[in-house]
Design a protein around this ligand. Structure first.
Ligand code: PAF
Length: 284
């Protein structure tokens, strides 16, 4: 596996692959890799001649009070994992390489970031779309893979690619969970053993929602009240950012569950903000 740190070197290699007719699968990450990331890498490996993974902790997508400086950086371990998966190139640029002096161009998707995480993390998705657009121009992938745990991110990137006619296919992949149900996340590393137990409340809330929906409840207000009460009863110190039923395409709130709906959760366990979600397709 080749580690490339320079934009021009990555671009000329990708251009050569295009000239040779080789297809490129791409997995953008911020490192601190876990099985969720590796499931994306394996999918890319199955379908493409060349696989590129990027590791870049993107300062643009962190708010001033967020965890940019303490975000886990585990480059040596990540490298070993990616080598084992048969990745061809690990693109590992520095902040100065991606955002040199004078940088002032951003990519903004207008409406989709106005919901869910966008409300409590202003500027976050502008940072995500800007870096992902740059990475697409540098790596020139035919297909890029995103985990559905960050469902809103996936929908926003899908929108950006469509609106800006970027020649890349966006493939969403299922959430990968620990054996007990906790969605895998690089931020799970922040949890103390006691918080790790409490973090399970997110998964159990999704399970409760499924039960209530199966029993016939369709009113979002009734469901969200029950789910919020469940969270605060199970883990009184949990701080709920949101528990929302939204249209899975527009991410707008729904009042009555019908069609393709997403239940999305964001909950602080201690100082760690965790997210999780489940899609429902309701036809009756
Ligand atoms: O999902 C992530 O890890 C990041 O938001 C991404 C897509 C790599 C952009 O920095």
């Amino acid at each position: 596996m080749q580690v490339i740190e320079k934009v021009t070197q990555m671009q000329s290699l990708a251009s050569r692959w295009w000239r040779e007719g080789l297809s490129i699968g791409f997995v953008p990450t911020m490192g601190a890799l876990h099985e969720g990331h590796l499931s994306l890498v394996r999918e890319a490996r199955k379908h493409h001649d060349r696989v590129v993974v990027s590791i870049f902790v993107n300062p643009l997508q962190f708010g001033p009070k967020e965890d940019y400086s303490r975000y886990p950086r585990t480059f040596e371990q990540d490298k070993v994992l990616l080598e084992r998966e048969g990745v061809d190139v690990l693109f590992y640029p520095s902040v100065e390489e991606l955002y040199p002096e004078g940088f002032e161009t951003y990519v903004i998707v207008e409406k989709l970031p106005e919901h869910l995480c966008g409300l409590s993390r202003p500027g976050h998705f502008r940072g995500v779309t800007t870096v992902v657009a740059k990475l697409f121009h540098i790596v020139m992938p035919h297909e890029a893979y995103f985990g559905k745990k960050d469902y809103q991110q996936y929908r926003i990137i899908e929108r950006m690619v469509k609106d800006l006619n970027m020649p890349v296919r966006i493939t969403p992949m299922p959430i990968v969970r620990e054996a007990d149900g906790l969605a895998m996340s690089s931020r799970n590393r922040y949890l103390t053993p006691a918080e790790r137990e409490k973090a399970l409340v997110l998964f159990r809330t999704l399970q409760l929602a499924e039960e209530l929906i199966q029993k016939g409840e369709r009113e979002a207000l009734v469901l969200t009240e029950k789910l919020k009460t469940f969270i605060t009863t199970e883990v009184p110190e949990a701080r709920i950012d949101y528990v929302s039923f939204v249209d899975a395409l527009t991410l707008e709130d729904v009042s009555h569950l019908q069609g393709h709906v997403l239940l999305a959760l964001a909950v602080f366990i201690g100082s760690t903000r965790l997210i999780d979600n489940r899609e429902f397709v309701i036809e009756d």
